[in-house]
Design a protein around this ligand. Structure first.
Ligand code: HAM
Length: 424
């Protein structure tokens, strides 16, 4: 068969080397931080019924209209690859009767999401999110706790330098009047709006507020702000969130024109941008979605959450490459001669079973080449075994960082390695 080289799809990427280590670090940091805040992990499937997303996110949103990967499976079910995590969490919460357990449910999740957007720096078609959701609460304490958890996570992940923006979108009820006023304000200005905004005026007038075109922004800045349409209850909720954030040391700015690209939000919404990100500067975003659980036949309970894009997070935490080589507490077996190779193989298996990281080149090669492999793998130690040593019943342990070496008795090899891990 003629060989064919197949490439990855546009907007997807392979994660390896330093990036794979950073992914692991971010995931571990998230687990530690969210566990401290009382969140538990919930893993949902990568594919769900398409209707879950179209109902939750809104049929008129860009994500549902233009960006979902959707297909009909063999049993004619309309399936979509998840473009975000919240809808799946709500489905799982109801399907597993977690809403029947008393009180609040707090979940965190991480994994790949899929959106068929035009790929560019920081914008992928398969990307990864880490997120949290709290279901079963209307309390402003939950909004503040969620945002605080996000900032603690970003600080511990090494991504300080972010800016928090906050707005209150009101309830669906409050937004009805706002929609009318906004439509009334923009309709006479229609011909001065950009082409996208003209169609937004017909489809979803709120999306105009998100426009980045400067002449639209000028008109937006003069439009009536949502806060003029909030009930005292909604205003009090927002003020309490702000107060609690100040008390927990989270600084933020209010952006009365911030809207979100998904339709489920009610009241508090927030976005975090980062100085190290370019045009796609949204590092994380979230908010309250008090009607979503009910809209899937669940109880009338409030909920709030956020998601961080891991690829964007990595762009924020990556600094210059470390100047010094860092050694790992691991061992490289260097074997010279057939009998020594056999013995070394036996030892490497035993070391691993004894919880010691040990590597070996299973293609017999020269001492120089094996030492090079040890170096490449950043092993601090070489366990050197030649036929001479084998005859004497010894081996040599060499600390590659400081260049010192010492001979030990072969039957003690596992114990010696375990003991010498930190020093020689
Ligand atoms: P979102 O704003 O659509 O919200 O996405 C959250 C984050 O995911 C963004 O801030 C960004 O870092 C990352 N992201 C989104 N699209 C892409 C992409 N194409 N390439 C790379 N990164 C991307 C949500 O997904 C909501 N579910 C958040 C939420 C949770 N709201 C309440 N609970």
């Amino acid at each position: 068969m003629t060989p064919v080289r197949i490439q990855r799809l546009r907007g997807t990427h392979d994660i390896y080397g330093e990036d794979a280590l950073l992914f692991q670090k971010m995931e571990q940091t998230a687990k530690n931080v969210f566990n401290r805040f009382g969140f538990e992990e919930l893993r949902t499937p990568v594919m769900e019924e398409k209707e879950l997303f179209s109902r939750a996110l809104g049929t008129e949103t860009d994500v549902v209209k233009k960006e979902m990967y959707e297909f009909e499976d063999r049993s004619k079910t309309q399936v979509a690859l998840r473009p975000e995590g919240t809808a799946g969490i709500v489905r799982a919460y109801l399907e597993n009767s977690l809403d029947k357990k008393e009180g609040l449910c707090k979940f965190y999740y991480m994994g790949p999401m899929f959106r068929s957007e035009r790929p560019q720096a920081g914008r992928l078609r398969q990307f990864h999110q880490i997120g949290v959701e709290q279901l079963g609460t209307d309390s402003p304490y939950a909004d503040a706790e969620t945002i605080h958890a996000l900032t603690v996570f970003l600080d511990e992940a090494g991504a300080s330098g972010y800016r928090v923006k906050l707005n209150n979108l009101g309830t669906f009820e409050e937004r009805k009047k706002f929609r009318e006023e906004l439509t009334g304000y923009f309709t006479p200005l229609k011909n001065s709006l950009c082409e996208d905004c003209r169609s937004r005026l017909e489809r979803n007038v709120f999306r105009i507020l998100d426009c980045k075109v400067e002449f639209c922004r000028e008109m937006i800045r003069k439009s009536p702000p949502i806060r003029d349409f909030l009930t005292p209850e909604s205003k009090a909720h927002f003020e309490k969130v702000g107060q609690l954030l100040k008390d927990s040391g989270v600084s933020y700015t209010e952006d009365p024109y911030m809207v979100r690209g998904l339709d489920y939000y009610t009241r508090t919404v927030f976005e975090l941008s980062h100085e190290k990100l370019g045009a796609q500067d949204a590092l994380a975003a979230g908010g309250r979605y008090d009607k979503l659980v009910e809209s899937f036949g669940g109880p009338s309970v409030g909920a709030v959450g956020f998601a961080v894009g891991i690829e964007r997070l990595l762009m924020c935490v990556k600094g210059p490459a470390p100047a010094e080589k860092s050694y790992e507490e691991s061992f490289f077996m260097v074997a010279l001669g057939e009998a020594a190779f056999k013995k070394a193989t036996e030892i490497v298996f035993k070391l691993r079973a004894a919880h010691v990281k040990a590597l070996m080149d299973f293609n017999p090669s020269s001492m120089k080449s094996q030492m090079r492999s040890a170096d490449k793998n950043k092993c601090r130690y070489a366990v050197i075994l030649g036929d001479n040593e084998l005859e004497k019943g010894t081996f040599v342990l060499k600390n590659l960082e400081i260049g010192e070496q010492k001979e030990y008795s072969l039957p003690d090899v596992i114990e010696v390695c375990k003991k010498n891990r930190k020093f020689l």
